[in-house]
Design a binder for this molecule. Sequence first.
Ligand code: SAH
Ligand code: SF4
Length: 410
Amino acid sequence: MAVSLDLTDAALRDRLGGGAGPTADKPCLIGLTREQLGDALRGAGVPDRQVRMRVQQLWHWLYVRGVSDFDRMTNVSKDLRAMLRDKFSIARPEIVEEQISNDGTRKWLLRFPPRGAGRPVEVETVYIPEEGRGTLCISSQVGCTLTCTFCHTGTQKLVRNLTSEEIIAQLLLARDRLGDFPDGDTPQGAIVPSEGRKVSNIVMMGMGEPLYNFDHVRDALLVAADGDGLSLSRRRITLSTSGVVPQIVPMGEQTGVMLAISLHAVTDELRDVLVPINKKYPLAELLDACRAYPGLSNAKRITFEYVMLKGVNDSLADAKELVRLLKGIPAKINLIPFNKWPGSDYECSDWEQIENFADFINANGYASPIRTPRGQDILAACGQLKSASERMKKTERLAYEAMMIAGHGG
Ligand code: SAH
Ligand code: SF4
């Protein structure tokens, strides 16, 4: 049975060590580039000649050690720690809810404080453990401006872009909860080696269109890939886009991460309906941008995501056209069984049809894994984020909370 935990209750949150979350009044030092971090320290009175060294120290504490409290930075003087605590925050966001599926998938509902005159926002982050690796699915926006007809997030209006801090905070929090950072009592040198980490891969496939939040997503990915910090290989970071053509190559140039394209249809006529951004950037332009993606090679292929919709895009003629369209592009094809949500008119293709489709693609030389739906009991699958948890919250919270207090579900 899935386990869910409501962490809005302060006592329960304290018991589990979840922070109260950053406050809006103090600027947060998480998610800044080294230059921005240096500027923040300088602005707070750290002498110029010390800035470089302090940035190094903070970077190590924040991203290698994973601390969320200035007082644990033992090689920083007490006075400086007091000043930093006074002026800045490095607290984690509030965990509103944590759910653990019976297949090990975890989903966190996180709350971030208001930015400016706005309201607090909630986003979801999903962790998917697999044989030999673990993937964290990160959100880039609250809601989405696009309206792909099969996607539940697409029915929600955009509330706002997440900042790079909020994007990186999703990764830090997952690492906290999964034990990927050395805990407080481990000796200084005992760092969890990168091969042994639970979060080995990240995908920008949560809520939102990452290329409509370009700067913050880019900065966050550069922090995640920094070799002296979180140290995720660029080969293990994938950005998924519905096809914001002008931003595809620049994102590749500036970050070097892997690219996934939400293709879903092989004709402009159908893609205009399923992924309406296609009306602005049609297939031919999208595929040209793919061909121009920096570093593209057989070792660095583009993943084309293809949601299987019964009677809509799942015929063998579609499969044939798909193979023709992608000719010459180093590609993987990821078939995603459609995750149904209340109010959607689509159905998932029959299993046999998905297999026939996959067989055809395989026979034409493409690896085409069918993405196994994960975390279905906690509504953690693609396209189900946020709205679904809002529905669940009220009905399930109390029961699960009682269960947690009784000691289950650790
Ligand atoms: N906005 C970006 C990234 C987030 S969506 C994008 O569209 O690429 C992550 C993936 O889930 C996309 O490929 C999206 O098309 C797919 N998806 C959305 N809703 C889905 C659903 N109900 N069932 C299966 N896949 C879905
Ligand atoms: Fe937005 Fe991606 Fe959903 Fe389309 S599929 S509505 S771009 S989140």
